[in-house]
Ligand binder design. Sequence first.
Ligand code: HEC
Length: 304
Amino acid sequence: MLSKIVKSTALLALTVCALNASDFNAQAEKDRIEAVKYFEAKFADPEKNKDKFFPYSTDAELKNDYEKNLKHHDFNIGTYAYSKDAKMQYDAIKEMPPYESDIEAGEELYNKKFANGNSFATCFPDPAVTNTYPFFDDKKKDVVTLTSAVNDCLRANGEKEWDTKKGNIANLQAYLVNATTEAGKKFDIKIQNADAQKAYENGKEFYYTQRGYLKMSCATCHVQGAGQRVRNEKLSPLTGQITQFPVFRLKWDSLGTLERRLSGCVVDQGQVPPKDESTQMKELVYFLAYMSNGMSVDGPDIRK
Ligand code: HEC
């Protein structure tokens, strides 16, 4: 009898533990799946769904320039998933990708020795791991992004940290991300405990907070607004929005990091962006990456 009670109590304790361990990402999973469902519904047939999702678009545009029946993984290429015209231009540029030499420059940086004899290969022995960034570091009690990890590696080896927007950092990331893409890896972001869960929630809050005199949030443009045309571009969706960084933007005429792009969008909201290695920026990236969980890493890439 006693042993039975002990056994069942132990079993109960185990079950509770197991429940808790998987529970930390329960809300995030719900958010992720809801977003996928929303975008799939929205882009099932833009012309037919005009009243519900695209009240300001013309019938001709909805009929001629939107792809239909998009599914989850189609959103990996952002706006090019649904803009027929932009997709043609994108495909043409991809035939001779302008970032090939940046990947090579990144490979050289990866193998180059620091003054102390170590190298980035010491910090990233397997380059094909960018699908696990950002992660929540239990010891630091903070999020580690690919960008902060690169600078952490430099600092730990007595080297000077890099500019976080372009140049060396973008090239090194291009090499690591390209290796991850070639290995066929999918985003695999973990939320393993209550602190990590809090970091995710903070990032989500940043995304949904209205800012500036127009009171716009990231979601105004990239959830409700996804697919609407702003000037000559259609807004990209939250789902799969960061699977392709670093990107070569025609506007920049160079390769840039995710943080460079995010900062631009915050400035467009009339705000001062958080610093690239600040907890606030890292939490935003953590949220965005979680929303791309299960999708293929697909970088580097090009954008207008
Ligand atoms: C006023 C509308 C607007 C707001 C608000 C806005 N953005 Fe953007 N964002 C754009 C436009 C326009 C583009 C370029 C077209 C596209 O790819 O969506 C863009 C592009 C992006 C991209 C690149 C997508 C890609 O496929 O390369 C990311 C990531 C992004 N925004 C994130 C954010 C985040 C995070 C916020 C909030 C901090 C935000 N944006 C706020 C308009 C906006």
